[in-house]
Design a protein around this ligand. Structure first.
Ligand SMILES: [Zn+2]
Ligand SMILES: [Zn+2]
Length: 157
């Protein structure tokens, strides 16, 4: 089966990219930091190997931004309209991009694999019972599919 390719980009269309293959895992994060950054109720991030995200038009600016962990994150934004396209966190380093699912042209194809930090979930958000949900963070070995753990293992830190 050919790998799925989903295109995405910013609002002004100066930056366009494509995500090649299935994400390793998709986080729906309900932490207060993600709520503030999105101006909404949660962030939806598809974790994928950095080399599986290819720019097809334009380039991004990388903005150092504080993060919940205290170790910081680098947010890649369109230099023109400033929409955030993906982040790199200190934990996974440059080898894994956290693609903001809402910037994909077809975000419906990338639903969450887990809800995290539900301890600060906004009370009106009702979660589907068939998707795992944890009050804070989780153990990768417990939730990730074997295939994703193996892909992740191959990454050079
Ligand atoms: Zn733009
Ligand atoms: Zn968060």
């Amino acid at each position: 089966m050919p790998e799925q390719i989903i295109e995405g980009g910013c609002t002004c269309r100066a930056v366009r990219y494509r995500m090649i293959g299935k994400p390793l895992f998709v986080h729906c994060c309900h932490c207060r930091w993600c709520q503030r950054e999105t101006g909404a109720s949660f962030a939806l991030n598809a974790m994928i190997e950095a080399d599986r995200v290819e720019l097809t038009n334009g380039d991004v600016v990388v903005i150092d931004t504080p993060s919940n962990s205290g170790k910081g994150q680098k947010i890649s934004r369109c230099p023109t309209c400033q929409v955030a396209l993906w982040s790199n966190y200190a934990g996974a380093g440059d080898s894994v991009k956290f693609v903001r699912v809402g910037t994909l042209d077809d975000p419906d194809r990338v639903p969450p694999d887990i809800h995290i930090f539900t301890s600060s979930k906004q009370p009106w958000v009702v979660l589907a019972p068939d998707v795992p949900a944890v009050p804070e963070y989780y153990s990768r070995s417990k939730y990730w599919p074997t295939e994703s753990i193996e892909r992740q293992r191959k990454l050079v830190r």
